[in-house]
Design a protein around this ligand. Structure first.
Ligand code: PRP
Length: 188
């Protein structure tokens, strides 16, 4: 039987508080503004997980930015881990030829999604292409990804909140947390 999610009670532990996230996003915004001073930047948000991070980060950047959105999906969890196959559900709507592009992600896990995406975006001939991720989970990495901006390096735990989901739920939590084990158990 499917269990109904209970936002207030399903979280076992808060890993990153709202205040910690806010402070770090401000810092990242400042660094990005300095690094790209005098230039114009295109932020490419990789949906859906990066939505809150993108919304907060773009408002901490003090230089002109354009934004674009992509949505990608793996061909199912384990299949992706084996093959690295990624499907583009929503492509860029702007031309990034000659633009400075910063990809905004919520989390890098195996690295397979970004490995694919970076190759794809490089083919569109941007002037520069970098990555900003809120969370980095290096313990799970299968392919090396050069990451330019990292919010937090986290241990190998399944995290939810601030954009990250379990079964498409919990994205609207203001913090990053870990679910109670029963939540997984109930889902079979
Ligand atoms: C998550 C995340 C990254 C990817 C990272 O997306 O947003 O895109 O997984 O994993 P990887 O490094 O192992 O490839 P997900 O497929 O869960 O989609 P979502 O953003 O819509 O939740």
């Amino acid at each position: 039987m499917t269990r109904r999610a209970d936002l207030a009670n399903d979280v076992a532990e808060v890993l990153l508080t709202e205040a910690e996230i806010t402070a770090r996003v401000q810092e990242l915004g400042r660094r990005i503004s300095e690094d790209y001073a005098g230039r114009e930047l295109t932020l490419v948000s990789v949906l859906k997980g990066s939505l809150p991070f993108m919304a907060d980060l773009m408002r901490e950047i003090a230089i002109p930015v354009q934004i674009d959105l992509m949505e990608v999906s793996s061909y199912g969890g384990t299949a992706t881990e084996n093959t690295g196959l990624v499907r583009i559900l929503k492509d860029l709507s702007s031309n990034i030829d000659g633009r400075d592009v910063l990809v905004v992600e919520d989390i890098i896990d195996t690295g397979l999604t970004l490995n694919y995406l970076m190759r794809y975006l490089r083919g569109k001939n941007p002037a520069s292409l970098r990555i900003c991720t809120l969370l980095d989970k290096p313990a799970r990495r299968l392919v090396e990804i050069p990451v330019d901006y990292v919010g937090f390096t986290i241990p190998d735990r399944f995290v939810i909140g601030y954009g990250l989901d379990y079964g498409e739920i919990y994205r609207n939590l203001r913090f990053v947390g870990v679910l109670r084990p029963e939540v997984y158990a109930d889902q079979g």
